[in-house]
Design a protein around this ligand. Structure first.
Ligand SMILES: C[C@@]1(CC(=O)O)c2cc3[nH]c(cc4nc(cc5[nH]c(cc(n2)[C@H]1CCC(=O)O)[C@@](C)(CC(=O)O)[C@@H]5CCC(=O)O)C(CC(=O)O)=C4CCC(=O)O)c(CCC(=O)O)c3CC(=O)O
Ligand SMILES: NC(=O)C1=CN([C@@H]2O[C@H](COP(=O)(O)OP(=O)(O)OC[C@H]3O[C@@H](n4cnc5c(N)ncnc54)[C@H](O)[C@@H]3O)[C@@H](O)[C@H]2O)C=CC1
Length: 194
């Protein structure tokens, strides 16, 4: 059978959620900065006995991010919506994932796909346009390359098109079906001209 990626992408309103990151090293910085680049006001808490200098430096600009300088405790999961594990303690990650499942709390373990309920994707951003890329965990590096390619080929003025379309969409009169027809007609030659 043909290979299939069964992950289901959604676009989270992260700033409405409460995120716990366990660990404060390189991987924590990678995951936290990915979240804050997209959603700068996210409520994120990090717990770790030791934080790397780079992580602390980066987080200086985000005063709402809470740092807890101690090992993980079970009560840290209280009230969270997502938990992301980034430590070098595999057994701790297995334990956290079990606790998370009991609480119906979605869990990502950065270096262990088998323990993840969701993966982070590579993200292309051009104004309001956002594209998330996944390789089904097979090659994050390829996802990164595809991101760079799309960043290059998608025109920087895509936002102008989006703004015009939003205005048109609001102005269009008629029933749902005639709106769809009109919008399809208008966008026919918009980007991918042959
Ligand atoms: C499954 C997943 C779970 C998750 O982390 O959510 C996962 C897992 C693992 N990553 C590993 C390594 C690397 N990850 C990156 C980079 C990124 N990794 C990201 C996502 C994901 N990584 C999820 C799958 C996404 C998908 O479906 O494609 C990105 C897209 C998003 C983000 O992290 O924000 C971000 C690119 C952002 C960008 O730039 O666009 C690089 C490259 C680099 O840093 O330059 C390397 C080193 C090179 C390499 O290995 O390719 C390892 C091996 C660890 C080890 O060797 O011990 C594992 C574990 C394993 O595979 O077993
Ligand atoms: N550095 C990288 O880019 C990559 C690292 N990895 C793997 O990911 C893991 C983490 O890597 P790094 O972030 O580089 O390590 P790191 O040493 O920078 O960070 C580990 C963090 O875990 C914290 N920690 C340890 N025990 C804890 C506990 N009981 N509770 C809460 N926090 C605890 C430490 O205080 C530290 O902040 C390692 O297993 C590494 O092999 C995998 C792929 C790439």
């Amino acid at each position: 059978m043909e290979a299939q990626n069964r992950l289901f992408p959604v676009f989270l309103k992260l700033e409405q959620l409460d995120v716990l990151v366990v660990g404060g090293g390189n991987v924590a910085l990678e995951k936290v900065s990915a979240m804050l680049r997209n959603a700068p006001n996210s409520k994120i808490s990090l717990v770790a006995p030791f934080f790397r200098e780079d992580t602390l430096d980066y987080l200086k600009d985000f005063p709402q991010v809470q740092l807890m300088h101690r090992p993980f405790e079970v009560a840290d999961l209280d009230g969270r919506d997502l938990v992301i594990c980034t430590t070098d303690q595999y057994k701790l990650h297995v334990q956290i994932r079990e606790l998370a499942q009991q609480r119906h709390l979605l869990c990502n373990v950065a270096d262990t796909p088998a323990l993840c309920d969701f993966y982070l994707g590579s993200i292309v951003q051009k104004g309001d346009l956002k594209i998330a890329i996944s390789t089904n965990g097979k090659s994050p590096t390829l996802a990164k390359r595809i991101r760079a390619f799309l960043e290059e080929v998608i025109p920087d003025d895509i936002q102008t098109s989006l703004d015009s379309l939003e205005a048109l969409r609001k102005d269009l009169k008629g029933d749902f079906e005639s709106k769809i027809k009109a919008l399809n007609e208008l966008t026919k030659g918009l980007i991918f001209k042959k």
